[in-house]
Write a protein that binds this ligand. Sequence first.
Ligand code: ADP
Ligand code: ZN
Length: 721
Amino acid sequence: MYWFEVVVNVPLYTTFTYKSEQALKRGQRVLVPFGHKTVVALVWRENLAPDIDRSKIKAIETVFESEPILNEQWCDLIDFCARYYHYPIGQTAFCALATGLRQNKPLTTKSEVFITLSELGLQQPAPAQAHKQKYALWQMLSGQTHALSTLKQSYPQAKKYIDLWLEAGWLIQVNPSSLIATTQNKPQLNSEQQQAVEAICCTNQTFSPFLLFGVTGSGKTEVYFSCIEQALKMGQQVLFLLPEISLTPQLLNRVQNRFGQYHYAVLHSQIADKERTQGFMDALTGQKQLIIGTRLAVFTPMHNLGLIVVDEEHDYSFKQEDDLRYHARDLALWRSKQAQCPVILGSATPSLESYHKAVQGQYRLLLLQHRANERSKLPKIHIEDVRRQKLEEGFSPAAIRLLRENHQKGGLSLVYLNRRGFAPALVCTDCGFSFGCPHCSAKMVLHKSGPTLRCHHCNFAQVVPDSCPSCGNQDLSALGQGTQRVEETLSTLIPQAVVARVDKDSTARKHDWEKLYQQIEKEQVHILVGTQMLAKGHDFAKLSLVIILNADGGLYSPDFRSAERLFSELMQVSGRAGRAEHAGLVLLQTQLPDHALFLALKAHSFTDFAQEELDKRQQFGFSPFGHSIAIKADAFHIGEALHFLTQVKNEMIVSTDVNVLGPAPAFMMRLSSRERAQLFLESQNRKALHQLAEQFISVLTVKSKQYKDIRWSIDVDPMAS
Ligand code: ADP
Ligand code: ZN
């Protein structure tokens, strides 16, 4: 008889003991009786001598024997992740698993077979053209490798012929890893790129973190591709992580052209469950060598990991903000250490954490200081002081003049405003009443369709009333600009121009953005209005003017990271201008023309900005000079959440190494009808910090039972305050 600790998907910080007649492996999927149900579990480790009443230990019911077993490295990753983020082990494992593996039934995955004409096949005469299907199929196969399943779907008769030809030995199966297609038409790398690739590729299977810091358009992607190609050629697997917003059809086209379609699997939340599960298993078994995905792809089990790339490493979307609050970039670093392989963190505006580590020598800094296309210059950035100017619907006279001129010259312009909807507030002109969300501490945003008022935090929507609910006045006024209003304004200011808006609302349906993109490519659009959706990863050859409206908002946020976020956003959007041969101009409207952040932007100097910002953070002990863990609680009333956290805090034996700040209401106190409070543990000493967090968890667990509706959570290395 054997005993095993298994993990199941429950919110408890523990494993469970079961027995089995057969020896099982770590990572094997099984079914166990749990309460009154049968649930899926993963075998976690053998327990040689359980110190509980052995007669009460239940037996594992079913073992999914035909499935590939999750490997040791994957289980170790989960162990680390659960420990570091203080999240229940079972829930961590099940968050990380592909959906198909969370189910109570054995997995049916297909293993793709690839075929091509054999030597013998190549000697055969082609079938007569009169046999249309047979001929077409033969043509497809000539000199090409195809997935059997795709071929069989192509023509009704295909299956019959393929079976015949396989039997005759005219067709043979090929090993997918021999299929790495690398196109000839790749650019000749410039010397900076070449140096970066050499540094990365000669690390000989050791943990080597690199920060690839390159201005927009400097050819970072080409550096990744060269390194990926080398790893694939050596039979290694590559994990390529990028933010949701950068995972565009354009990027996937580039990948496909470079590496051929059979080698990569794409894993992100919009991919259907079945396909994602297949990709997850193909990575585990080594059938797929290149895994491209958003943050959740960091949990993909790999067979033979040889390189990790994290593109736009500074991007906030790598951090998951609910349930298991992990940071995919940080886990990527851990994984590359585990696999003893290089990891490339790439960005034009690195996170201050990564930049600091690179400056300190913990990561190797690789610089790309020039745009890859020699004729493409960085844009000129003009700071427009709008303090004493009369603006027309948010536009300064200079902005309007530039937009008109650029349109006359046939250039494409971009107006950037990170606020969707028509107007951020609707107010009564008489009593000053403004519409707030009944569920959140936030104003409702006016949207044109309807028109409706919508909360951008909880999605609550209501029709715009005829009169002020407070005084009955019928004169309601929309204050400020959103993208919809800017779109409307531009159509009046420059009626000849075709204006297209790109934001979450205009691209809500699946192919909206693709269609818009094609229109832009065909030069059917003259002015783009958009939010940060437009800031990243899209190259438009004719884009020569960028107008940034109202960037100041980002400077007033209480979050110590807001300046970093704003700088990177502005750098990204400025980088859109002048990517091809057209010289670019950026006009940034502000009330704070002398602000250091804008001056650094004007000088295209991330380094100036980073130095100044790091000095500030050092003074206050903020990240990367100190570490923190947030403990959050929410309840129906803020009083209850605060009371709960105070009670918990009072029971702590606080070490002198850790500061405990709060509890205090969260900056946005009310969200979706829950009121939120938090406290922060801060320290220079990670170990002391995590020990205190452990202590907190045991008290949080016990105390929360004494409250009616408290929910609590832990956020390690929180990104937002
Ligand atoms: P980044 O990822 O840094 O924004 P990309 O890799 O997308 O930059 O490159 C920007 C543009 O420059 C692309 O159109 C790319 O094809 C081109 N490019 C990159 N490297 C080279 C090179 N060595 N020679 C010529 N063109 C290049
Ligand atoms: Zn709301």
